[in-house]
Design a protein around this ligand. Structure first.
Ligand SMILES: *C1O[C@H](CO)[C@@H](O)[C@H](O)[C@H]1NC(C)=O
Ligand SMILES: *[C@@H]1O[C@H](CO)[C@@H](O)[C@H](O)[C@H]1NC(C)=O
Ligand SMILES: *[C@@H]1O[C@H](CO)[C@@H](O)[C@H](O)[C@H]1NC(C)=O
Ligand SMILES: *[C@@H]1O[C@H](CO)[C@@H](O)[C@H](O)[C@H]1NC(C)=O
Ligand SMILES: *[C@@H]1O[C@H](CO)[C@@H](O)[C@H](O)[C@H]1NC(C)=O
Ligand SMILES: *[C@@H]1O[C@H](CO)[C@@H](O)[C@H](O)[C@H]1NC(C)=O
Ligand SMILES: *[C@@H]1O[C@H](CO)[C@@H](O)[C@H](O)[C@H]1NC(C)=O
Ligand SMILES: *[C@@H]1O[C@H](CO)[C@@H](O)[C@H](O)[C@H]1NC(C)=O
Ligand SMILES: *[C@@H]1O[C@H](CO)[C@@H](O)[C@H](O)[C@H]1NC(C)=O
Ligand SMILES: *[C@@H]1O[C@H](CO)[C@@H](O)[C@H](O)[C@H]1NC(C)=O
Ligand SMILES: *[C@@H]1O[C@H](CO)[C@@H](O)[C@H](O)[C@H]1NC(C)=O
Ligand SMILES: CC(=O)N[C@H]1CO[C@H](CO)[C@@H](O)[C@@H]1O
Length: 738
């Protein structure tokens, strides 16, 4: 923009006669101005000079015309309408002509303005998210404005002027009642301009204390429980925490306002650590932990103790129950309270201590109680066990009972035999609480050493051994002796019997007692000693006796034997008997024939104690030499031989002799017959005996001699006869045979 001015100067140089410029003077018609209200007018003048051209400078910058800046005609005036604070200059005017130039003294303007751009600064600054100041803070409000001359200030709080007139208002030790609208008023007494600005300051007391407490009753299971968060200071809201976790309220955990939280119904699982945290605009504060313990019970009370104890001992009962707080316990026995406290120690027990012990658990918070009982069985220790016989001594086949005598409380009794446990079988009964062992029918096999052991749960004792020996008998009495003895000898009888204890023996003969003791010795025997000897065995425990007898046969020696015929003669086919005549005691008689022992057959009978030999029908074949032999156990004797010849006949009579005789001649007939002894013959002819001999000799034959000749044979022993006949024919000289 230098060209226009250059051109002006050139024109001046070309068109005017020039004078040097001197004494360039700048004037303003006023320098103390009010911004925007006033117009500044500068006039530039020279003392001498022609062909002048002007240039205006604001500081070092050339002033150019604008809507507010006007250059007068000839440019020697400068008008600034509605001066601003930026128009203070210093202004100079520069005058040039072709030969010289000149510059005025600078002239400045004093433009007064403001207050404008009033701002207020609050220290400390409110950070984002915060809306209030904590009570007690120092808050400084500082106002500043652009103003010339300097502005003066006034402060108002909620419209009320404060005394403060500095640009700063310092709020010391702030209180909540200082919350309100703060305004600062800036005033320029030259421009007579005001400016104000305000801000809202909120001061909140910090929360100074928070405590969490129960409100009302202690927490009891299933009931309603209220926690109260006591806050000192203004509170905007409260957070509830369980174990550090924020609780989102629901139907069970709910708030009724006024800083309470209700838990209804409360559960055991709600026994946790609770906190409340109170918030306001300037602070938050957390309570101490409230350790919530839900009270309940007493539930499931229980007694721990032995079930059983011995007299003299001390038992400790312990009662417990699920309970919060722990229950208080009382103990009752037989309807009276005997102790308090969870533990109850009995004194030394007696049998009277037996019974039911009751513990009452009481929870003084829930105000409930619960009862449990326990039975204590008191027993007396087993101090004695002894096997004893009850009733009679053991006798075989009888009932026998052992008893176990004990002292103390007996729960069970066990029996042992020879160290082995004994079990009941169908013969052995254990009865009366096992303290008797009963043998329904005691046997030898039951012998042994018996012990009983008595038990109770706390003690036991085993008896000394009792030796059972079953008494029995006498049984199977036996006499040992000779069966037979000879006269003059002495016999010893020995009696024995199976018996426990050993039997006593007595001896009887012929109805009289003859001895006592197991052995009996006879005197020298006579035949009168023959007979039955009886031994009576007596067991004085079983009170039984047993008798055995023995026949003693006393024999006299055999001194004579002889075979004799009894009765009639020996006749064939007839009955015939021989007898054996003896002296002495004969046990047996044997018959011999021809030295051979004879055995009975269907024909031969031996009878009369064998001393007769009977032939039912004696035969020839029975002929022989017979002996009898008599014997007893000690002697024998054989008889002399007896010759038996059987008599018989006559049999088969036979006539020998001719059948034909000549007259005048004699004929001899011979009659014979089988017979023993020899028989006698008689001859008969024509009804008359004609001869008595076996031989018959007719006289001289005649015709009359013709006929039947009869021979009669007669045995005078058998008294039988037998007849035979023969016809004799008689011929003359000439004989005609028939
Ligand atoms: C300056 O000039 C203006 C305009 O010509 C005039 O109104 C004003 O009164 C003058 N001021 C003084 C102090 O002369
Ligand atoms: C500025 O001008 C206004 C009106 O235009 C007037 O009221 C006011 O008083 C003036 N201020 C001063 C300081 O003269
Ligand atoms: C300059 O001019 C002013 C007024 O125009 C005058 O008062 C002053 O005496 C002059 N100075 C000189 C040296 O001429
Ligand atoms: C003003 O005059 C001085 C000497 O008197 C000269 O040196 C200077 O260059 C001149 N300035 C102008 C802008 O002509
Ligand atoms: C604010 O309260 C304090 C006491 O706390 C009192 O001294 C003061 O005058 C109160 N200020 C106002 C403005 O009410
Ligand atoms: C100031 O004004 C605020 C907001 O209008 C109000 O809350 C507060 O109570 C007032 N304070 C006083 C002291 O009047
Ligand atoms: C303006 O106020 C200042 C101080 O604040 C004072 O010295 C001066 O005299 C005042 N001027 C007027 C015109 O009131
Ligand atoms: C209620 O809230 C409590 C605590 O957060 C929680 O333990 C419980 O289960 C909730 N109950 C229901 C019904 O949601
Ligand atoms: C809690 O607030 C309820 C109303 O919301 C009121 O009825 C009750 O009295 C208050 N309880 C206490 C202890 O202030
Ligand atoms: C609680 O206050 C502490 C300072 O006391 C602050 O650090 C913390 O952020 C605050 N907590 C919340 C949730 O406002
Ligand atoms: C409950 O019993 C305990 C212990 O005996 C006692 O300290 C407490 O004071 C009792 N509480 C009540 C409510 O009786
Ligand atoms: C220095 C400063 O901030 N000046 C400002 C004053 O206010 C006006 C308008 O209100 C602004 O334009 C300025 O920049």
């Amino acid at each position: 923009m230098e060209y226009p001015l250059v051109w002006v100067l050139i024109l001046v140089l070309l068109n005017f006669t020039t004078e040097p410029i001197s004494n360039v003077t700048l004037r303003a018609n006023a320098t103390d101005l009010v911004e925007l209200n006033d117009t500044a007018i500068f006039t530039c003048s020279v003392s001498s000079g022609t062909s002048l051209s002007y240039r205006w400078l604001n500081g070092s910058s050339e002033v150019t015309a604008s809507d507010r800046v006007r250059l007068g005609v000839g440019y020697n005036t400068l008008t600034i309408v509605s001066v601003t604070r930026y128009d203070e200059g210093p202004f100079r005017c520069e005058v040039i002509n072709g030969i010289s130039n000149g510059t005025s003294q600078p002239v400045g303007l004093n433009v007064r303005y403001g207050p404008s751009n009033l701002t207020m600064m609050v220290v400390p600054e409110m950070t984002i998210g915060h809306t209030a100041y904590k009570a007690g803070s120092v808050i400084t409000l500082s106002c500043s404005a652009q103003s010339k001359p300097a502005e003066s200030y006034k402060w108002r709080f909620n419209g009320t002027f404060l005394n403060e007139q500095s640009p700063q208002l310092s709020l010391q030790n702030t209180r909540e009642n200082q919350t309100g609208r703060y305004a600062c008023l800036a005033y320029n007494n030259v421009t007579i301009q005001f400016a104000n600005i305000n801000t809202m300051i909120k001061i909140v007391e910090p929360i100074s204390a928070v405590s969490l407490n129960r409100d009302g009753n202690l927490p009891i299971l299933d009931q309603s429980f209220t926690l109260r968060c006591e806050v000192t200071g203004p509170v905007d809201y409260i957070h509830w925490l369980m174990n550090g976790q924020l609780i989102s309220l629901n139907r069970t955990f709910f708030s009724t306002g006024n800083n309470t939280m209700v838990i209804n119904p409360i559960q055991l699982s709600d026994s946790e650590e609770y906190l409340c945290e109170a918030f306001n605009a300037v602070s938050n504060l957390t309570s101490m932990t409230y350790k919530l313990v839900v009270n309940f019970g007493p539930e499931r009370p229980g007694i721990s103790s032995p079930d059983i104890a011995m007299t003299g001992h001390i038992v400790t009962f312990n009662c417990s129950a699920s309970s919060q707080p722990p229950s208080q316990f009382s103990w009752f026995f037989n309807g009276s309270q005997v102790a308090t406290g969870s533990e109850y120690e009995t004194g030394p027990l007696t049998l009277a201590s037996h019974g039911e012990y009751t513990c009452v658990a009481f929870n003084n918070v829930t105000v409930k109680n619960s009862t449990v009982s326990r039975m204590l069985t008191v027993i007396v220790p087993v101090t004695m066990a002894m096997v004893k016989v009850m009733g009679a001594q053991p006798v075989a086949d009888y009932m026998f009972t052992l008893t176990c005598e004990t002292t103390g409380t007996i729960y069970s009794i066990h029996w042992k035999r020879n160290g082995w446990p004994l079990y009941a079988d169908n013969r052995t009964d254990f009865s009366m609480n096992n303290n008797t062992l009963t043998f329904n029918s005691v046997q030898h096999s039951d012998n042994g050493d018996y012990q009983c052991s008595a038990f109770n749960p706390m003690s036991n004792m085993t008896s000394p051994e009792y030796r059972l020996i079953v008494n029995y008998g006498p049984e199977r009495p036996v006499i040992m002796s000779l069966d037979t003895a000879m006269t003059g000898h002495i016999v010893t009888f020995n009696c024995s019997a199976s018996s426990q204890p050993p039997s006593h023996f007595s001896w009887f003969f012929n109805g009289s007692q003859v001895a006592t003791g197991s052995e009996y010795e006879t005197g020298p025997l006579t035949l009168a000693s023959h007979g039955e000897y009886t031994c009576v065995a007596f067991n004085n425990v079983t009170c039984r006796n047993s008798t055995v007898s023995k026949l003693l046969t006393v024999v006299a020696p055999v001194t004579m034997t002889i075979v004799k015929v009894i009765g009639v003669q020996t006749i064939l086919n007839e009955r015939f008997s021989l007898t054996c005549d003896t002296a002495g005691t004969v046990y047996s008689i044997h018959w011999m024939r021809n030295g051979w022992l004879l055995c009975a057959d269907n024909r031969t009978d031996f009878s009369m104690n064998n001393n007769t030999l009977t032939f039912n029908s004696v035969q020839h074949s029975d002929n022989g030499d017979y002996q009898c032999s008599a014997s007893n156990p000690f002697s024998n004797m054989t008889s002399p031989e007896y010759k038996l010849i059987v008599n018989y006949g006559p049999e088969m009579p036979l006539i020998t002799g001719p059948a034909l005789g000549e007259t005048g001649h004699s004929v001899t007939f011979n009659c014979s017959a089988s017979s023993q002894p020899l028989c006698h013959f008689s001859w008969f002819f024509n009804g008359s005996q004609v001869a008595t001999d076996s031989v018959y000799e007719t006289g001289p034959l005649t015709l009359a001699s013709h006929g039947e000749y009869i021979c009669v044979a007669f045995n005078n022993i058998t008294c039988r006869n037998s007849t035979v006949s023969k016809i004799l024919n008689i011929v003359g000289e000439s004989v005609t045979a028939t």
